[in-house]
Design a protein around this ligand. Structure first.
Ligand code: ZN
Length: 121
């Protein structure tokens, strides 16, 4: 699965304040999303936060993140280190894939060593 995070924004639509989010790819610069939102009629767009999703949509299964050095990260560590949103990050923070943990009960985060939640017992 191509990794994408939630890029949150504040903007105006017809002069009225609006908020929202887009699914953003690490390898795509912000101006691409800004252009898309402007094409939908939004103005004064400011990106306010970036967040790796905790759950897959659809399905609601728990997600984890794979890094360029072959490691994996839990969603908390992915979100706590802003390097994960940089396509040129160090290899141990560069997220190259995201996936659902269906039933691997021996999957641990390489940063905090916490067990990564599995969808099934
Ligand atoms: Zn972790």
């Amino acid at each position: 699965m191509i990794p994408h995070y939630e890029l949150h924004y504040v903007a105006k639509y017809g002069g009225i304040p609006a908020t929202g989010q887009v699914a953003a790819r690490v390898d795509t610069p912000d101006f691409v999303y800004q252009t898309e939102l402007e094409a939908e009629g939004l103005e004064d767009i400011k990106f306010t936060a970036r967040e790796w999703p905790r759950w897959a949509w659809p399905g609601g299964y728990p997600l984890y993140y794979m890094t360029a050095d072959g490691g994996c990260l839990c969603v908390e560590c992915a979100n706590q280190n802003q390097q994960t949103f940089d396509k040129d990050a160090e290899k141990d923070w560069q997220i190259v894939a995201m996936d659902v943990n269906y039933e691997d009960h021996d999957l641990y985060c390489d940063h905090c060593n916490e067990q990564i939640e599995a969808a099934y017992e």
